[in-house]
Write a protein that binds this ligand. Sequence first.
Ligand SMILES: Nc1ncnc2c1ncn2[C@@H]1O[C@H](COP(=O)(O)OP(=O)(O)OP(=O)(O)O)[C@@H](O)[C@H]1O
Length: 204
Amino acid sequence: MELRVSGLGCMRGGTMVLRHLSLHLRAGEALILRGPNGAGKTTLLRTLAGLQPAAEGRIEAPEDAIAHSGHLDGVKAALTVRENLRFWASVHGRNIGTALEDMNLSDLAGRAAGTLSAGQKRRLGLARLLVTGRPIWLLDEPTVALDTASTALFVRMIQRHLAGGGIAIIATHVDLGLGALPVLDLGPLRAISPPSGSFDEAFL
Ligand SMILES: Nc1ncnc2c1ncn2[C@@H]1O[C@H](COP(=O)(O)OP(=O)(O)OP(=O)(O)O)[C@@H](O)[C@H]1O
């Protein structure tokens, strides 16, 4: 199990955002993506997941190995938590296993997903990764809206995934307490310079 990326360039909205990105992850390895707002973390993860085409370069991974968890996780509001997981599991030809327990969703299993809080929905989105059975996880700000206990559940979930030979790329602005993982700063790989005097800078 490997993910190999070479000379990757990614576009967003018709503009080249990142260029010359190469990386190589083997089973059990993880990478933290960092960079300021707009650096291209989401764009990179979407490109690696095949949600948008690469502008240049190569992405090599086994077929159907990648699962992506982003800001919109396709939670079906009218289905219960359990039904959502069963639906995704069936798409991948699997059952939901211990996904409910692993993300502390057992007490919410019968609730319509549309009635969940932001953090509960995020836990459901992360539980979805478990039922895909896919070994390469691409995670975009996975702990947004999670409280301390849920963040700890997520960290354990990642540790088990890596111990089982999985791979993870995690875009995050926070220290997850996952130990000394390699960090890729996308700032230097930006294909475009942020405009000077931008809105953000005006408030720094
Ligand atoms: N739908 C879109 N259409 C056009 N440009 C976009 C679109 N989405 C993002 N962009 C632009 O693409 C660039 C990269 O955005 P991206 O969301 O990948 O950054 P990011 O590093 O994930 O940022 P953040 O830390 O704020 O989540 C930014 O300049 C952003 O403004």
